[in-house]
Write a protein that binds this ligand. Structure first.
Ligand SMILES: Nc1ncnc2c1ncn2[C@@H]1O[C@H](COP(=O)(O)OP(=O)(O)OP(=O)(O)O)[C@@H](O)[C@H]1O
Length: 272
């Protein structure tokens, strides 16, 4: 299905992604972990062709996408929709219009200029919002919604493109634990119910373990781990993060239960 072959990105002297190779042979949910600067965002941006590769290839269903230009490149970008940490919505625009923006690639300039959307698309947008549990907010301005709701609007906009792959760059990094859970559950459902592949950069290990079928670890631009969530032991995590004995998973957690456990443990320690 998706093959990444020795994909490399250089920024001057800096090698941000160093000969990354990945084979995804069936739809799945993949979490990419690694410390800040490991190359996770650059890898996703190359996959989506927001960034050109310096070397290597990306193949989807046997077709090379690394060199696509113009309309073909835009078609590929529709096939692998991207969502971002900061949602990238138009804050003052209503939720439905933000979702309909997902169809921009296939609409002509005049229709876009006058905000003319086919009725079918409007119904589809509302159905998607309903599926994500936020249809009641359809008429509100995006900026009036909570972070978790805004991220679900961004997911709805991505789904409007009917993508085969969803690339999520730190989708929950700006969210509180409750909203983070809702967004991760939405991404998981989209994978399970629609058979879409989801590749998400995540900064917490327990999120990767809990929601993903496969975890990829990056360090200094290289893929240093590619395995099942249960293989991601604390020792392996230390290797990926280049951390010592002081490395604590709970400290990086956004999962409600882990936080509660940590809080309970803290509460049990008598004050000095
Ligand atoms: N446009 C750019 N120009 C120069 N260097 C860049 C550029 N984009 C990324 N880099 C560098 O490439 C390396 C990888 O960055 P990248 O953002 O992919 O890492 P990351 O793992 O996603 O980190 P974070 O979690 O902080 O976003 C970093 O050293 C970064 O400074």
């Amino acid at each position: 299905m998706l093959r990444i072959d020795k994909l490399t990105k250089r920024f001057g002297e800096k090698i941000a992604v160093d000969s990354a190779t990945l084979d995804i042979d069936k739809p799945c949910m993949i979490g990419i972990i690694g410390r800040s600067g490991a190359g996770k965002s650059t890898l996703l941006r190359m996959l989506n062709r927001l960034e050109d590769a310096s070397g290597g290839r990306i193949l989807f269903d046997g077709r090379e996408v690394t060199g696509l230009k113009g309309r073909d490149r835009r078609a590929w970008q529709s096939d692998c929709a991207m969502i971002f940490q900061q949602f990238n919505l138009v804050p003052r625009m209503d939720v439905v219009s933000n979702v309909l923006h997902g169809t921009l690639n296939r609409r002509n300039a005049m229709a876009t200029l006058f905000n003319l959307y086919p009725m079918d698309d409007i119904h589809k947008a509302i159905d998607i919002l309903d599926r994500l549990g936020i249809a009641e907010h359809a008429a509100k301005r995006a900026e009036a919604l909570s972070g978790g709701q805004q991220q679900r609007v961004a997911i709805a906009r991505a789904l409007m493109q009917d993508p085969k792959i969803i690339l999520a760059d730190e989708p929950i990094a700006s969210l509180d634990p409750m909203n983070a859970q809702t967004v991760m559950e939405a991404l998981r459902r989209i994978h399970e119910e629609d058979g879409r592949t989801v590749i998400a950069n995540l900064h917490t290990l327990d999120t990767a373990r809990r929601y993903c079928d496969r975890v990829v670890g990056m360090r200094d631009g290289r893929i240093v781990f590619d395995g099942l969530p249960e293989q991601l032991t604390t020792g392996v995590a230390r290797e990926i993060y280049g951390a010592g004995e002081e490395f604590s998973e709970a400290a990086t957690s956004t999962e409600i239960e882990t936080l509660e456990k940590t809080d309970a443990r803290r509460a049990a320690i008598p004050a000095e």
